[in-house]
Design a protein around this ligand. Structure first.
Ligand code: AHM
Ligand code: MG
Length: 339
C-alpha cells in the first residue's frame, strides 16, 4: 500500500529459530548447542522476571554471607544461581556446571554418559548495582568436556581450558530492555526480549564493534595504583592533542561492555593495589566477553597477551582486562609499551 508505513517491515526471528538456522548451515551439527542455548535463554528469562520485580518481591539486599570470592552475596545472586542450575542441570547434554558463586563445579553427567558440555557462568554480574536499579547481567561460556578424562578431579581439570576452546559464549543485560548477545564463532548476534510474548527476538546479526571510539571506561578512583602506562594513557585522554574523550563507567561489566560493543571505545580493569591480579574472573567474565569482542572485530588482552590464550590454573583465577575497539586497545598498549 503506497504511502502507508508497514508496522513490521522485516520478519520476526526468535532466538530459537536463529540458532536452528545457524546449525542448519553445518550438516554435521547435532542440535545439541541449540538445546543448551535454549536452556540458557529460559534461565535468563526467569532471572529477568526476578530483576524486574525485585523491589516488590522482597529479593533485594544481602544474604549475610560471603561467596567463594570473598564478596557479600545478594539475595538475587543466589536466586539467579539456583535458576541457572535448575534450568541447565536437567539437560542431558550438560556434563559440568560451574558458577562464579560456587567453590566447586557441579558434575551433572559424565561425558561418557552424554554430558558433553561444560557451562561456566556468572549468574548476576554487577552485584553492587542490584539494589539501586542499575543495569546488571548474566554471562555464560560453553566448553566441550574431554571424554577421556574421568579420573579424580576431572571436573575441575576439564574446566581449565583456555578461552580459544569456547564453543559458544554470550551475555544477557537486564537494562532498560533485556538484550541477549551470543556467538558460536560465527559472528555476534543480538536479541531483545519481547516481554509480552516472553521470547528473545532478533535485533541485529553480525554485530561489528566500531574500530575506534573516544570513550574510556574504567574505575578511575583506583588510578594511583594503575601501572605507569595506564596512568599515562588516562592523562593523555584529557589533553588537547587527544581531541575530546568521554568517560562512562557503570560498574557492571556486562553493561559497560555492551555499550563498548555498540558504540566503540575501550574498557579497562587493570591490576590495582587491592586486586594485584585484576578483579575480573577469567573463566566467567573475561573469556566469554573476549570471545564476543573478537567475533565483533574487537580486541581483548590482559595488557600483555591475548585473553583467550591464557591457560587458567584454577577455577576462580582473576585477570586484568583491556577490551574494546581495535585501534583504541592498540593506543592503550602503546602507552603500556613505553613503561
Ligand atoms: P561481580 O561479578 O561480583 O558483580 O563483580 C564484577 C564486577 C564487574 O561487573 C565490574 O566491571 C566490576 O566488578 C566493578 O568493580 P569496581 O566496583 O571495583 O569498579
Ligand atoms: Mg561478575
Amino acid at each position: 500500500m503506497s504511502g502507508v508505513t508497514p508496522i513490521m517491515s522485516r520478519p520476526i526471528v526468535t532466538l530459537t529459530q536463529h540458532i536452528h538456522e545457524q546449525q542448519r548451515r553445518f550438516p554435521v551439527a547435532t542440535g545439541d548447542l541449540s538445546w543448551l542455548l535454549s536452556g540458557v535463554a529460559l534461565a535468563t528469562r526467569i532471572i529477568e522476571s526476578y530483576v524486574r520485580r525485585a523491589g516488590i518481591a522482597e529479593v533485594l539486599g544481602e544474604v549475610g554471607t560471603d561467596n567463594v570470592q570473598g564478596e557479600r552475596v545478594q539475595k538475587l545472586d543466589l536466586l539467579a544461581n539456583e535458576t541457572i542450575l535448575r534450568c541447565l542441570g536437567y539437560r542431558e547434554i550438560v556434563g559440568i556446571l560451574v558458577s562464579e558463586e560456587d567453590e566447586e563445579p557441579t558434575l551433572v553427567m559424565q561425558p561418557s554418559d552424554g554430558g558433553k558440555y561444560i557451562v561456566l557462568f556468572d549468574p548476576l554480574d554487577g552485584s553492587s548495582n542490584i539494589d539501586v536499579n542499575v543495569s546488571i547481567g548474566t554471562i555464560f561460556s560453553i566448553l566441550r568436556c574431554d571424554e577421556n578424562d574421568q579420573g579424580p578431579d576431572s571436573a575441575v581439570r576439564n574446566c581449565l581450558q583456555p578461552g580459544v576452546r569456547q564453543v559458544a559464549a554470550g551475555y544477557v543485560v537486564y537494562g532498560s530492555s533485556t538484550v541477549m548477545a551470543y556467538t558460536t564463532g560465527e559472528g555476534v548476534h543480538m536479541f531483545t526480549l519481547e516481554p509480552s510474548i516472553g521470547a528473545f527476538v532478533l535485533q541485529s546479526e553480525n554485530v561489528r564493534m566500531p574500530e575506534s571510539g573516544k570513550t574510556y571506561s574504567v574505575n578511575e578512583a583506583y588510578r594511583d595504583s594503575f601501572s605507569r602506562g595506564v596512568q599515562d594513557y588516562l592523562a593523555w585522554t584529557k589533553t588537547k592533542e587527544a581531541g575530546g574523550y568521554g568517560s562512562r563507567y557503570i560498574g557492571s561489566l556486562v553493561a559497560d561492555f555492551h555499550r563498548t560493543l555498540l558504540k566503540g571505545g575501550v574498557f579497562l580493569y587493570p591490576a590495582t593495589a587491592k586486586n594485584p591480579s585484576g578483579k575480573l574472573r577469567l573463566l566467567y567474565e573475561a573469556n566469554p566477553i573476549a570471545f564476543l569482542a573478537e567475533q565483533a572485530g574487537g580486541v581483548a588482552t590482559d595488557f600483555s597477551g591475548r585473553i583467550m590464550e591464557k591457560k587458567p590454573d584454577s577455577l576462580h583465577v582473576r585477570t586484568p582486562l583491556l577490551i574494546g575497539s581495535k585501534n583504541e586497545v592498540e593506543r592503550v598498549m602503546e602507552f603500556v609499551g613505553r613503561e
